[in-house]
Design a protein around this ligand. Structure first.
Ligand SMILES: [Zn+2]
Length: 182
């Protein structure tokens, strides 16, 4: 929400060193960060912009992001962004919504985008969906699948709407789950 350049700087990541960006879906709060607050490119050296295949047309419909349209490439389930980063289908919240698994040293980080919007409610009651889930039945099924997959000591999750710092771990509690921020 406008703080991406600041957050990258704080993490010691130089924006000019980034040439590849992959997004979980094309909702505006997930793609508008391609543009910096002053209107310039947030990633001046961007060469590859990966967007879920089912949402490439949606992305290209937004004229405000027109300067990125030519660099936009679709990806699908199982697409390997690198040796350690793989995309997995997580449809429901949006038609092509995807997650990314970063695997390293026997541990994994599941970057699940918008699988959970309100962790204080949807972890304990993962069957609850909301109006911004494009296909609520699919979103529910995906959330249940992702939570089950995450509830392991060697798996961490990152999500755009999780409690600060947006990164943590999931444990199973009764019929539901609990999210513990890192
Ligand atoms: Zn979204």
């Amino acid at each position: 929400m406008g703080l991406l350049p600041e957050a990258l700087a704080e993490a010691g990541v130089v924006r000019e060193a980034i040439d590849t960006v992959a997004v979980t879906h094309t909702h505006l709060d997930h793609v508008a960060g391609l543009v910096a607050a002053d209107g310039s490119d947030a990633f001046p050296k961007l060469r590859h912009l990966y967007v879920p295949q089912a949402e490439v047309a949606l992305f290209r419909r937004d004229e405000r992001l027109g300067r990125f349209h030519a660099r936009c490439q679709g990806f699908g389930d199982g697409f390997a962004l690198s040796d350690s980063v793989t995309a997995i289908a997580a449809h429901g919240h949006e038609v092509g919504h995807s997650a990314f698994v970063v695997a390293s040293g026997g541990e994994a980080l599941l970057i699940w985008g918008d699988v959970v919007h309100v962790p204080s409610i949807q972890c304990a009651r993962p069957e609850l969906t909301w109006e911004f889930d494009d296909d609520q039945a699919a979103a529910r099924a995906t959330r249940l699948r992702m939570l089950e997959r995450s509830a392991r000591p060697d798996v961490f999750v990152a999500g755009a709407h999780l409690d600060f710092p947006g990164l943590g771990s999931v444990t199973r509690v009764g019929e539901g789950y609990d999210f513990t921020p890192a």
